[in-house]
Design a protein around this ligand. Sequence first.
Ligand code: PMP
Length: 952
Amino acid sequence: MMIDEQGTRAQTTEIEAASLLLERWGLIASMTEIGSLGDQVFEGALQDGGRVALKVYAIGQDTEALDAERAAVEQLKAAFPELALPLDINPLDDQLVRVHGRIARVVEWVNGETLGKAAYLTPDTIVELGRTAGRCTAGLATFGHPGLARESPWDLKSALSTLAEARGELPDSVSPLVDQALAVLHVSKQRLDLDQLPQQAVHCDVTDWNVLGSKRADSSFAITGIIDFGDMVWTWRACEIVAAAHAAIAREPHDPLGALLSALSGYREIVSMTETEAECLWHLMLRRAAVCAALESIEHASDPTNGYVAHLATMDVAALQAMLAIHPAHAAAVVRVALGYGPTRVDLATALAASPITPMIAPAAQTSVSSVWGETEYSDGPEALHPHPQALQTFIRLKAPTGTPVVAPLDAVVLKARIGEAVLSLSCGNESLVLTLQGMDHQLTIGGHISRGEILGTVQGAPAAQNGELLVHAAAEENLPLNGAVRDKAALAAICPDPSPLLGIVAREHQTIDAAAVRKKYVAPSQSLYYAEPAQIVRGRGQWLWDRHGQRLLDVVNNVASVGHAHPRITEAAVDQLTLHNTNSRFLYDATAEFAELVAGTLPEELQSLFFVNSGSEAVDLALQLARTFTARPDVVVLEGTYHGWTSEVFELCTMPADRPDWQQTLSPRVRVAPTPDPYRGQFGDNAEAYLDALREVIGSAESPSNIAAFISEPLFGSHGGVTPADGYLRAAYKEIRATGAVCIADEIQVGYGRTGQTFWAFEAEGVVPDIVVAAKAVGNGHPIGFVACKPEIADVFARTRAFFSSSGGGPVSCRIGSAVLNIIREENLQENAQVVGRHIKQGLTALAMKHSAIGAVHGRGLYMGIDLVAAQGSTAPMPEAEVMAICERLRRLGVITQPTGIHLNVLKVKPPLCITTEDADYFIQQLDRTLADLGQPPLTSPLAALQESTE
Ligand code: PMP
């Protein structure tokens, strides 16, 4: 027995705990103490493999409260039998057991990891946390017990007094923040009807450390149990979701409203919230955040060595800070909309429409709107990497001649007056509206009264400028921000309405198509999209894309936009030619000749006959026709695990399980499949000779004379993630194929056009010259252009037997764009950039592979690479698809787009636009590093042999 410093509090030893368990509960277990902050907790491992928890409470534990816990757990279990809960295991004599004067109790062990240990919370996990809070609310709705009537610092009803008491003990670094929270709480309390909040028994701590479960393969967390009913109390019902949502915010403080919305959506599946609850929710959230930050900080200050408390205090202070940065009216409106209660009680738009208004700018003035309400700003800054940046503008920007008078649209009082800026309170019916004007010269003074129609000032302009820009923002309250998240548009519309009516202009209708719903209705489902929640891309520049939320995403996947998104020279070429004409390809154009000459210049002199088409599939289809016509034979040899296009003839060649799961059962007799000489995953490792033997067998099984028309392959295996063929394979394979009289087709649709850095065409690095080359994708930088280049004798035989005409293949717009792409690649040194930045990325990824066991190998060269993810260190077993997708989802939230490829869909594609910079490449590597670290894979213990794979 140990006596504490005061000599009063006896501690129970593990041996004492074991004998107590045997004596009073009849259970034999080995006991391990797992926590001792006031209460002591022992984990008891029973002989049959089961576990129990023995709790020894601090002196003075309220026995009624303990009984309430027991009864509540039983009631919740009856309501949700699937939930694992700490049900009491009763003592044999049904009496309270005491040890050293302290109450002891045994409960069932709840299996699982705590959610607190997860590296991050996905939105789905937060939804589940909200749902779990909902189950507590629903399960305890009818629960009553005298033990619930107790005081708890976590009861939000007493939060203001708890905070007031805590103030004196707060560390200096935290007290201003808590004071700020108190000030906000006191103001908002006046407006709220807290007495109308429904009350019931509340667990009060459904947080990440008290919910247990397991991580799913997709990184979300399946919650299966709840523990620790020690903070349960009779209070406002909403406190349950408030505690859970606050825990989520503390984990994801970069987007408090996003975390709150996810938690609410899960909660609402089970509990419907009243309008008063909706109104008061943010106020309660702030109470919880302030109490947590204050009490944790005090505890941390009293015991700085306790790492767990230090961690909680840091997180809770950051959460409070993040929440205080949000205007309460903004948060309240977002909550109301989310809970289906319409924006606010005050409909400003209606009040505005009903008030007689004098237009701020005379209709005759020469004005134009340069930025409308609701427009999204696409920023290049780091803030735009956030999944929900503050990109939506809730103001109007008006261009007007410098000096144009600006008049008061309604009676007004001046709230703020700075150079070039004024903030006014407008009387609008029974409501008031805060009007902010920026870009206005004025003589206004704070407190000044202005009547409707009086001049406020004039449009400001730079000294020599004819026009100035006036920003006009209307809001329900002062200090509401000019921008918000696109996600919160409906709520923002209510608190910062479109000021068009004040300006006397017609408000623009903000009708946006629900692209997901309409697409789902009309676009056939086999045309799948990236990501569980598809990214809606609205803008592109270089290697960056922006989605409709304004999130800036580094495009690591797009080898089509090879010279970069929205390249101005391509736009110019297209616009220029479209302005002239875009007729079919049966006329003579300079554009076709120029493009043909440029393309021919990139190819070996043997391959100077060109056909222009619209897509890769069309190019491969034509290549097959050329080969079959030239050889007068039907069969084609392909490599396993490849995709060459979708047309009927070409799809026959598809051996990629993701695109054609039943390829083995439905294989055409005209198609012969040889093993892919993949040094990492292939059946013969890097033994080129063994793959060649297998190829010979495939060829040899042809009837005599041979039926084989062609062998088609990518020179660098793009669909495998940029795998380089086993050394010497392609040279020898071409020789074997040609010996049968068949031709060799190189599919350069993914890997060609300067992408591999070292050479313009990937086949050049293999030391081969194909008989036919197909190219597309990068050729038009997204515009549909493809071509086939072949030996003239092949084209001649074709010309003798059939005509070829692809209406817009080789049309003038396509050719102008095609020429622009080739000129840009040359003039902007993009092939060289592919080599330099590609090498940099390869080095960075190789270093990551030394750190993270999830990376089995890094394939490829230049800017065509693949990150091969494995299930465990030292094994090539692919990482399960769901885990790979979770990595892609996480990277997207961090501002990076990549997707899986390969036979097992476990290889991350690295094939960005060729203009990617070293700096952006580093951003990608850092985010991947972070994502893999969060996966919680064991650290690497030895360098991997796979990384010895040759680089350039
Ligand atoms: N060949 C390869 C290697 C490809 O990856 C693709 C398309 N992913 C194609 C051909 C077909 O090209 P397209 O989609 O332009 O028809």
